[in-house]
Design a protein around this ligand. Structure first.
Ligand SMILES: [Zn+2]
Ligand SMILES: [Zn+2]
Length: 183
């Protein structure tokens, strides 16, 4: 009979021996496409870095504009913009002589802009910060808010965590909760 092999997760033992404690309190950046792990400075921190925070701010602007476009007021405004744009183009074409160079490119751009003005209002933007996917919501309860289940889970995880933190924070302030010691 030979010696019995060691039992148990030897990696844990070696980590202990080296004096390394498991990194707790780390989380994953919420921004779509980043997914980096980081250790937050604040319990409500959602993004790993300044660039991700800035990217999320830009996304929020895009998202708000996109949502506004889907409202009746937004649609009216887009239609008026589209009308004014076409009007301007007619005036320009009547007064200016077309230049051969760049005309094809300009027409192409015009096509895209027109597309944009008359865009599909039924498409909705995904709610996950950093996600620029649009989807046409299927009739279902609760209403669809994400382009895919990965985006839904990513935001759900953050909202649940923040709700837990707020609840705990309220109890602590009321003197009714003592949090378990963290690492
Ligand atoms: Zn990030
Ligand atoms: Zn998404």
């Amino acid at each position: 009979m030979g010696a019995r092999p060691p039992v148990g997760p030897s990696e844990y033992l070696s980590a202990d021996a080296a004096g390394q404690r498991p990194r707790c309190y780390s989380r994953v950046c919420l921004l779509k496409g980043c997914d980096r792990s980081f250790q937050p400075f604040h319990p409500l921190q959602r993004y790993c870095s300044q660039p991700c925070q800035e990217a999320a701010r830009q996304w929020r602007r895009w998202h708000a504009a996109r949502r506004y476009r889907a409202t009746p007021q937004g649609q009216q405004q887009r239609q008026a913009q589209s009308r004014r744009y076409r009007e301007r183009q007619r005036v320009c074409q009547a007064t200016a002589t077309a230049e051969a160079v760049g005309t094809a490119a300009a027409e192409e751009r015009e096509g895209q802009r027109y597309e944009d003005f008359s865009g599909d209002f039924s498409a909705r933007p995904c709610q996950r910060p950093g996600c620029y996917e649009l989807f046409v919501p299927q009739p279902h309860e609760p209403p669809q808010r994400f382009c895919c289940s990965a985006c839904r889970r990513a935001l759900r995880r953050v909202l649940d965590r923040e709700a837990r933190w707020r609840r705990r924070h309220r109890l602590i302030r009321a003197g009714r909760f003592r949090p378990p010691p963290r690492c």
